[in-house]
Design a protein around this ligand. Structure first.
Ligand code: ZN
Length: 162
């Protein structure tokens, strides 16, 4: 980041704090040439390791595209999907790792999706967990029902034990 005043390429960090979104870092910098101060916002890089071995940058849009199909015909808005993608990103970033397996992104999608729309959750989980039979659906539905009836609102346990 060049100094916005004199274009000098070198600066030192005088203060760093996590921004309100919890994901990016705001840095107060001082130019080493003209000594003026400016602020930058940086996002720590987060990579996804795919099963093929390829590594690509984490993308909220990819999360949204992956979930959108499961939400077809359901009362789920683009805003809901954007919020979900943000939750997923925050969840995977809490691990602190710079590179996470794609599997972990899928797991992080399941919980917020189950709260957003149970039908979309079942569709997504059936593909993600490769449901083979009605029994797989029945047990997933059973877990959703258990959670609804046994656990008070607000203290819901995660559905995904794996
Ligand atoms: Zn400068």
């Amino acid at each position: 980041m060049n100094c916005p005043y004199c274009r000098n390429a070198d600066s030192r960090v005088v203060d760093s704090r996590v921004a309100d979104d919890g994901v990016s870092i705001r840095r107060r910098r001082q130019c080493t040439a003209c000594s003026r101060r400016f602020t930058t916002t940086e996002t720590a890089s987060l990579s996804v390791l795919k099963q093929s071995g390829a590594v690509e940058p984490f993308s909220r849009n990819k999360v949204i595209n992956g979930v959108r199909k499961a939400c077809q015909g359901r009362p789920v808005t683009d805003h809901d999907l954007a919020v979900l993608a943000q939750e997923v990103e925050e969840a995977v970033r809490t691990s602190g790792a710079a590179e996470i397996p794609a599997h972990q992104v899928g797991l992080a999608i399941l919980e917020p999706l189950s709260r957003l729309d149970e039908v979309a959750y079942l569709r997504f989980a059936s593909v993600y967990h490769n449901f083979q039979s009605l029994t797989d659906f029945e047990s997933a539905i059973g877990r959703l029902r258990d959670r609804r009836s046994n656990v008070p609102q607000g203290t819901q346990r995660p559905l995904t034990a794996d």
